[in-house]
Design a protein around this ligand. Structure first.
Ligand code: SF4
Ligand code: SF4
Length: 183
């Protein structure tokens, strides 16, 4: 099985070194209108699957240390019940609404790293917020999320290795996608 580095210093350096290549991929994909979003997403999922399988997130946890975690009211209720606080007390202790509202979200954890992180493990794993369950979200709409994903290459090894692999396919995209020839 291929191994993928989760050394965060190395990932940051490689993300920096590849930034121009990723930008070229972004602009190339924007102009390849004949490639449907669905076909591109299917390829991304094929490329990402072995990377996700090979990387052990419990050895990394950089997202839990580095990123803002946005919450819904349902996330808050679930977590409050799980930690045994009433919802008002949980809100006071854990949630920042003002900064979340600036970006149109309901709330986010007030602290980074996340207070539920225990070493590199999630202390509320079975009750974690939806944002945590879906991160890193590579699809749907890979093409239209690529700007944000490029930013994520210096944070998340899964994102870095997936974009690294996708960029290497760029010259032969038509061979990997069911794209009709251009007349
Ligand atoms: S709730 Fe768990 S998965 Fe989500 S950021 Fe905190 S430690 Fe990480
Ligand atoms: S999702 Fe990315 S940043 Fe988070 S633990 Fe897994 S590899 Fe690390």
């Amino acid at each position: 099985m291929t191994t993928y580095s989760i050394n965060l210093d190395e990932i940051r350096q490689r993300a920096h070194d590849r930034a121009n290549d990723f930008d070229i991929m972004l602009h190339t994909l924007e102009f390849r209108a004949e490639i449907s979003d669905e076909a591109l997403d299917a390829l991304v999922e094929r490329v990402a699957q072995p990377i996700i399988h090979a990387i052990d997130c419990t050895q990394c946890a950089n997202c839990c240390r580095s990123l803002h975690v946005y919450l819904t009211p349902e996330d808050s209720t679930t977590l409050a019940n799980f930690v045994g606080l009433d919802e008002i007390a949980f809100d006071d202790q854990y949630i920042n609404h003002d900064e979340a509202h600036v970006v149109g979200e309901w709330g986010r954890f007030a602290d980074r790293p996340c207070r539920f992180l225990q070493g590199s493990l999630c202390g509320v794993y079975s009750h974690r917020p939806e944002t945590c369950r879906t991160y890193p979200m590579l699809t749907p709409d890979f093409r239209w999320m690529l700007t944000d994903l490029i930013e994520g290459t210096s944070v998340c090894p899964i994102i870095f290795h997936t974009l690294d692999a996708m960029e290497r396919l760029l010259d032969q995209l038509d061979q990997h996608l069911d794209v009709p020839p251009v007349n």
